[in-house]
Design a protein around this ligand. Structure first.
Ligand code: PMP
Length: 330
Protein backbone atom coordinates (compact mmCIF):
# COMPACT_ATOMS: atom_id res chain seq x y z
CA UNK A 1 0.00 0.00 0.00
CA UNK A 2 1.22 3.51 -0.80
CA UNK A 3 0.06 6.20 1.57
CA UNK A 4 1.36 9.09 3.62
CA UNK A 5 1.24 8.72 7.37
CA UNK A 6 0.00 12.32 7.69
CA UNK A 7 -0.93 15.08 5.26
CA UNK A 8 2.01 17.12 6.59
CA UNK A 9 4.41 14.64 4.96
CA UNK A 10 3.09 15.64 1.54
CA UNK A 11 4.67 19.10 1.50
CA UNK A 12 6.78 19.70 -1.61
CA UNK A 13 7.32 17.73 -4.81
CA UNK A 14 4.91 20.00 -6.65
CA UNK A 15 4.65 19.53 -10.43
CA UNK A 16 5.89 21.63 -13.35
CA UNK A 17 3.24 22.45 -15.96
CA UNK A 18 4.04 23.95 -19.37
CA UNK A 19 2.20 27.19 -20.15
CA UNK A 20 0.90 26.73 -23.68
CA UNK A 21 -1.67 29.52 -24.19
CA UNK A 22 -0.52 32.73 -22.53
CA UNK A 23 2.87 32.07 -24.17
CA UNK A 24 1.63 32.75 -27.71
CA UNK A 25 4.52 34.01 -29.88
CA UNK A 26 7.20 32.88 -27.43
CA UNK A 27 9.81 30.33 -28.60
CA UNK A 28 11.26 29.39 -25.20
CA UNK A 29 9.68 26.74 -22.96
CA UNK A 30 7.87 28.31 -19.99
CA UNK A 31 7.14 25.96 -17.09
CA UNK A 32 5.01 26.86 -14.06
CA UNK A 33 5.85 25.30 -10.70
CA UNK A 34 2.39 24.97 -9.22
CA UNK A 35 2.74 25.39 -5.47
CA UNK A 36 -0.97 25.05 -4.74
CA UNK A 37 -0.40 21.30 -4.83
CA UNK A 38 1.05 21.63 -1.33
CA UNK A 39 -1.37 20.43 1.39
CA UNK A 40 -1.99 23.98 2.65
CA UNK A 41 -2.34 25.21 -0.96
CA UNK A 42 0.79 27.35 -1.00
CA UNK A 43 4.60 27.43 -1.09
CA UNK A 44 4.52 28.57 2.53
CA UNK A 45 4.05 24.97 3.72
CA UNK A 46 7.71 24.46 2.87
CA UNK A 47 9.03 27.20 5.14
CA UNK A 48 6.60 26.23 7.90
CA UNK A 49 7.96 22.70 7.93
CA UNK A 50 11.58 23.77 7.84
CA UNK A 51 11.19 26.47 10.50
CA UNK A 52 9.40 24.14 12.92
CA UNK A 53 11.82 21.25 12.39
CA UNK A 54 14.80 23.56 12.95
CA UNK A 55 13.19 25.05 16.09
CA UNK A 56 12.76 21.52 17.48
CA UNK A 57 16.39 20.65 16.70
CA UNK A 58 17.61 23.89 18.29
CA UNK A 59 15.53 23.32 21.43
CA UNK A 60 13.39 26.42 20.82
CA UNK A 61 10.21 24.36 20.56
CA UNK A 62 9.47 21.50 22.92
CA UNK A 63 6.53 19.07 23.23
CA UNK A 64 3.43 20.95 24.36
CA UNK A 65 4.87 24.26 23.11
CA UNK A 66 2.97 27.14 21.50
CA UNK A 67 3.61 28.76 18.13
CA UNK A 68 2.82 32.49 17.96
CA UNK A 69 3.08 34.38 14.67
CA UNK A 70 1.59 37.58 13.25
CA UNK A 71 0.11 36.30 10.00
CA UNK A 72 -3.26 35.95 8.39
CA UNK A 73 -2.21 34.32 5.22
CA UNK A 74 -0.47 31.34 3.70
CA UNK A 75 2.25 31.15 6.34
CA UNK A 76 -0.41 30.71 9.01
CA UNK A 77 -1.98 27.81 7.15
CA UNK A 78 1.40 26.13 6.68
CA UNK A 79 2.35 26.58 10.32
CA UNK A 80 -1.08 25.34 11.44
CA UNK A 81 -0.74 22.16 9.38
CA UNK A 82 2.68 21.27 10.74
CA UNK A 83 1.79 22.34 14.29
CA UNK A 84 -1.37 20.25 14.49
CA UNK A 85 0.54 17.19 13.28
CA UNK A 86 2.99 17.65 16.15
CA UNK A 87 0.52 18.71 18.83
CA UNK A 88 1.56 22.34 19.30
CA UNK A 89 -0.86 25.06 20.31
CA UNK A 90 -1.14 27.76 17.63
CA UNK A 91 -1.92 31.42 18.12
CA UNK A 92 -2.05 33.74 15.13
CA UNK A 93 -2.23 37.48 15.55
CA UNK A 94 -4.19 39.12 12.76
CA UNK A 95 -5.02 42.77 11.92
CA UNK A 96 -8.80 43.18 11.94
CA UNK A 97 -8.89 44.24 8.26
CA UNK A 98 -8.27 40.55 7.48
CA UNK A 99 -11.38 39.30 9.30
CA UNK A 100 -13.43 36.81 7.32
CA UNK A 101 -12.47 33.82 5.22
CA UNK A 102 -8.75 33.83 5.96
CA UNK A 103 -9.32 33.82 9.70
CA UNK A 104 -11.99 31.14 9.28
CA UNK A 105 -9.42 28.91 7.56
CA UNK A 106 -6.96 29.27 10.44
CA UNK A 107 -9.71 28.48 12.97
CA UNK A 108 -10.81 25.48 10.92
CA UNK A 109 -7.31 24.05 11.44
CA UNK A 110 -7.79 24.51 15.18
CA UNK A 111 -5.72 27.67 15.61
CA UNK A 112 -6.56 30.46 18.05
CA UNK A 113 -6.82 33.86 16.41
CA UNK A 114 -6.18 37.13 18.23
CA UNK A 115 -7.54 40.16 16.39
CA UNK A 116 -5.73 43.49 16.63
CA UNK A 117 -6.70 46.95 15.33
CA UNK A 118 -5.33 47.65 11.84
CA UNK A 119 -5.30 51.42 12.32
CA UNK A 120 -2.45 51.66 14.86
CA UNK A 121 1.27 52.05 14.02
CA UNK A 122 3.61 49.04 14.45
CA UNK A 123 5.15 50.46 17.66
CA UNK A 124 1.72 50.83 19.35
CA UNK A 125 1.17 48.25 22.16
CA UNK A 126 -2.01 46.99 20.43
CA UNK A 127 -0.41 46.58 16.98
CA UNK A 128 -0.14 43.11 15.64
CA UNK A 129 3.65 43.14 15.95
CA UNK A 130 3.51 44.26 19.60
CA UNK A 131 0.77 41.82 20.58
CA UNK A 132 2.54 38.83 19.01
CA UNK A 133 5.83 39.83 20.70
CA UNK A 134 4.06 40.11 24.05
CA UNK A 135 2.32 36.73 23.70
CA UNK A 136 5.58 35.06 22.65
CA UNK A 137 7.26 36.55 25.75
CA UNK A 138 4.50 35.79 28.23
CA UNK A 139 3.35 32.30 27.23
CA UNK A 140 5.71 29.64 28.65
CA UNK A 141 7.20 27.48 25.89
CA UNK A 142 6.16 29.91 23.15
CA UNK A 143 8.08 30.08 19.89
CA UNK A 144 7.78 32.86 17.30
CA UNK A 145 8.82 31.68 13.81
CA UNK A 146 9.31 35.29 12.61
CA UNK A 147 9.11 34.55 8.91
CA UNK A 148 10.79 37.82 7.85
CA UNK A 149 13.97 37.09 9.82
CA UNK A 150 14.16 33.30 10.11
CA UNK A 151 16.78 31.97 7.69
CA UNK A 152 15.34 28.46 8.00
CA UNK A 153 12.64 29.77 5.66
CA UNK A 154 14.90 30.35 2.63
CA UNK A 155 16.82 27.22 3.62
CA UNK A 156 13.60 25.23 3.13
CA UNK A 157 13.50 26.42 -0.48
CA UNK A 158 17.22 25.75 -0.92
CA UNK A 159 16.69 22.16 0.23
CA UNK A 160 13.42 21.38 -1.60
CA UNK A 161 12.15 23.85 -4.25
CA UNK A 162 15.54 24.29 -5.95
CA UNK A 163 16.43 20.57 -6.12
CA UNK A 164 12.93 19.70 -7.41
CA UNK A 165 13.24 22.20 -10.29
CA UNK A 166 16.75 20.98 -11.14
CA UNK A 167 15.59 17.33 -11.06
CA UNK A 168 12.37 17.85 -13.01
CA UNK A 169 14.05 19.86 -15.79
CA UNK A 170 16.97 17.40 -15.99
CA UNK A 171 19.21 20.35 -15.24
CA UNK A 172 17.99 22.22 -18.36
CA UNK A 173 16.43 25.18 -16.54
CA UNK A 174 18.03 28.42 -17.78
CA UNK A 175 15.92 31.07 -15.98
CA UNK A 176 14.04 31.15 -12.69
CA UNK A 177 11.36 33.80 -12.04
CA UNK A 178 9.59 34.38 -8.71
CA UNK A 179 7.85 37.13 -6.77
CA UNK A 180 9.47 38.47 -3.60
CA UNK A 181 7.66 38.79 -0.27
CA UNK A 182 9.95 37.68 2.54
CA UNK A 183 12.38 36.80 -0.27
CA UNK A 184 12.61 33.23 0.99
CA UNK A 185 11.47 31.60 -2.24
CA UNK A 186 13.77 33.48 -4.61
CA UNK A 187 16.79 33.51 -2.26
CA UNK A 188 16.72 29.80 -1.38
CA UNK A 189 15.63 28.43 -4.75
CA UNK A 190 17.81 30.84 -6.70
CA UNK A 191 20.90 30.04 -4.66
CA UNK A 192 20.45 26.30 -5.19
CA UNK A 193 19.92 26.67 -8.94
CA UNK A 194 22.96 28.92 -9.31
CA UNK A 195 25.14 26.46 -7.43
CA UNK A 196 23.80 23.43 -9.32
CA UNK A 197 24.35 25.12 -12.71
CA UNK A 198 27.74 26.69 -11.85
CA UNK A 199 26.17 30.14 -12.16
CA UNK A 200 24.41 29.51 -15.49
CA UNK A 201 20.82 29.95 -14.27
CA UNK A 202 19.55 33.55 -14.40
CA UNK A 203 17.29 34.57 -11.49
CA UNK A 204 14.66 37.28 -12.02
CA UNK A 205 12.59 38.87 -9.27
CA UNK A 206 9.03 39.92 -10.05
CA UNK A 207 8.05 42.94 -7.99
CA UNK A 208 4.84 44.96 -7.69
CA UNK A 209 5.08 48.60 -8.69
CA UNK A 210 5.37 50.46 -5.36
CA UNK A 211 7.58 47.88 -3.59
CA UNK A 212 11.14 48.45 -2.41
CA UNK A 213 12.94 45.60 -4.18
CA UNK A 214 13.00 46.89 -7.73
CA UNK A 215 13.59 50.53 -6.77
CA UNK A 216 11.36 53.48 -7.59
CA UNK A 217 8.85 55.22 -5.33
CA UNK A 218 7.22 53.16 -2.57
CA UNK A 219 3.43 53.26 -2.56
CA UNK A 220 0.42 51.03 -2.00
CA UNK A 221 -0.69 48.24 -4.35
CA UNK A 222 -3.30 45.51 -4.26
CA UNK A 223 -1.53 42.31 -5.26
CA UNK A 224 -1.08 40.26 -2.06
CA UNK A 225 1.88 38.43 -0.56
CA UNK A 226 4.63 40.14 -2.55
CA UNK A 227 6.62 43.36 -2.34
CA UNK A 228 7.73 45.14 0.81
CA UNK A 229 8.50 48.59 2.17
CA UNK A 230 11.58 47.32 4.08
CA UNK A 231 14.42 44.86 3.35
CA UNK A 232 13.83 41.64 5.30
CA UNK A 233 16.72 39.49 6.53
CA UNK A 234 15.32 36.55 4.57
CA UNK A 235 16.00 38.26 1.23
CA UNK A 236 19.44 37.86 -0.34
CA UNK A 237 19.75 40.40 -3.18
CA UNK A 238 23.01 38.79 -4.39
CA UNK A 239 21.01 35.90 -5.83
CA UNK A 240 18.89 38.14 -8.07
CA UNK A 241 20.22 39.08 -11.53
CA UNK A 242 17.40 41.45 -12.44
CA UNK A 243 13.90 42.68 -11.61
CA UNK A 244 10.69 43.10 -13.53
CA UNK A 245 8.22 45.65 -12.16
CA UNK A 246 4.61 44.66 -12.70
CA UNK A 247 1.57 46.83 -11.95
CA UNK A 248 -1.66 45.56 -10.39
CA UNK A 249 -3.67 45.79 -13.63
CA UNK A 250 -1.19 43.56 -15.50
CA UNK A 251 -0.99 41.12 -12.57
CA UNK A 252 -4.76 40.72 -12.23
CA UNK A 253 -5.37 40.46 -15.99
CA UNK A 254 -2.75 37.71 -16.30
CA UNK A 255 -4.06 35.89 -13.21
CA UNK A 256 -7.51 35.69 -14.79
CA UNK A 257 -6.03 34.53 -18.09
CA UNK A 258 -4.17 31.75 -16.26
CA UNK A 259 -7.49 30.49 -14.87
CA UNK A 260 -9.43 30.70 -18.15
CA UNK A 261 -6.77 29.75 -20.65
CA UNK A 262 -4.47 27.42 -18.72
CA UNK A 263 -6.91 26.04 -16.11
CA UNK A 264 -4.67 27.36 -13.34
CA UNK A 265 -6.81 29.02 -10.65
CA UNK A 266 -4.05 30.87 -8.82
CA UNK A 267 -3.54 33.99 -6.70
CA UNK A 268 -2.58 37.45 -7.95
CA UNK A 269 1.12 37.06 -7.18
CA UNK A 270 1.16 34.12 -9.62
CA UNK A 271 -0.18 36.34 -12.40
CA UNK A 272 2.44 38.93 -11.49
CA UNK A 273 5.25 36.36 -11.71
CA UNK A 274 3.97 35.10 -15.07
CA UNK A 275 3.90 38.65 -16.52
CA UNK A 276 7.56 38.94 -15.53
CA UNK A 277 8.41 35.46 -16.87
CA UNK A 278 6.81 36.20 -20.26
CA UNK A 279 8.71 39.48 -20.59
CA UNK A 280 11.93 37.53 -20.00
CA UNK A 281 10.96 34.58 -22.19
CA UNK A 282 9.97 36.77 -25.15
CA UNK A 283 13.63 37.71 -25.65
CA UNK A 284 14.95 34.12 -25.40
CA UNK A 285 15.71 31.43 -27.99
CA UNK A 286 13.85 28.14 -28.38
CA UNK A 287 16.18 26.10 -26.19
CA UNK A 288 15.73 28.35 -23.12
CA UNK A 289 13.73 26.88 -20.22
CA UNK A 290 12.07 29.45 -17.97
CA UNK A 291 10.62 28.18 -14.69
CA UNK A 292 8.14 30.52 -12.96
CA UNK A 293 6.86 29.78 -9.47
CA UNK A 294 3.12 30.16 -8.80
CA UNK A 295 2.87 30.57 -5.00
CA UNK A 296 -0.75 29.86 -4.12
CA UNK A 297 -4.31 28.87 -5.05
CA UNK A 298 -6.92 31.29 -6.38
CA UNK A 299 -9.78 30.20 -4.11
CA UNK A 300 -8.79 32.81 -1.52
CA UNK A 301 -9.24 35.61 -4.07
CA UNK A 302 -12.67 34.81 -5.53
CA UNK A 303 -14.26 37.91 -3.96
CA UNK A 304 -11.33 40.07 -5.05
CA UNK A 305 -9.47 39.81 -8.35
CA UNK A 306 -11.83 37.16 -9.74
CA UNK A 307 -14.86 39.34 -8.95
CA UNK A 308 -15.86 41.82 -11.69
CA UNK A 309 -17.43 44.26 -9.24
CA UNK A 310 -14.32 44.34 -7.09
CA UNK A 311 -12.14 44.94 -10.15
CA UNK A 312 -14.38 47.74 -11.40
CA UNK A 313 -14.52 49.35 -7.97
CA UNK A 314 -10.73 49.43 -7.96
CA UNK A 315 -10.52 50.82 -11.47
CA UNK A 316 -9.37 47.73 -13.37
CA UNK A 317 -10.64 46.16 -16.58
CA UNK A 318 -12.98 43.26 -15.96
CA UNK A 319 -12.76 40.91 -18.91
CA UNK A 320 -9.22 40.71 -20.23
CA UNK A 321 -9.43 36.96 -20.62
CA UNK A 322 -12.36 37.05 -23.04
CA UNK A 323 -10.66 39.80 -25.05
CA UNK A 324 -7.43 37.85 -25.22
CA UNK A 325 -9.17 34.69 -26.44
CA UNK A 326 -11.07 36.64 -29.13
CA UNK A 327 -7.85 38.28 -30.28
CA UNK A 328 -6.19 34.91 -30.56
CA UNK A 329 -9.05 33.44 -32.58
CA UNK A 330 -9.14 36.26 -35.12
N1 PMP B 1 2.84 35.07 -3.13
C1 PMP B 1 2.07 34.84 -2.07
C2 PMP B 1 0.60 34.71 -2.26
C3 PMP B 1 2.64 34.75 -0.79
O1 PMP B 1 1.85 34.52 0.29
C4 PMP B 1 4.04 34.92 -0.66
C5 PMP B 1 4.66 34.85 0.70
N2 PMP B 1 4.60 36.10 1.39
C6 PMP B 1 4.81 35.20 -1.79
C7 PMP B 1 4.17 35.24 -3.01
C8 PMP B 1 6.29 35.48 -1.73
O2 PMP B 1 7.08 34.45 -1.24
P1 PMP B 1 8.37 34.74 -0.35
O3 PMP B 1 7.89 35.22 0.99
O4 PMP B 1 9.05 33.44 -0.25
O5 PMP B 1 9.19 35.78 -1.01
Amino acid sequence: MRYADHIAYLVGNTPLVRLGHVTDGIAATVLAKVEYFNPGSSAKDRIARNIIEAAERDGLLEPGGTIVEPTSGNTGVGLALIALQRGYRMIFVVPDKFAGEKVAVLKAYGAEVVMTPTSVPPEHPDSYYSVSDRLAREIPGAFKPNQFANLNGPRGHYETTGPEIWRDTDGQVTHFVAGIGTGGTISGTGRFLKEASAGEVTVIGADPEGSIYSGGPIHGYLVEGVGEDFMPDTFDPKVVDGYERVDDAESFAMTRRLAREEGLLVGGSSGMAVVAALRVARELPKDAVVVVLLPDHGRGYLSKLYDDEWLEKNGFETAPAAGAVAAQAS
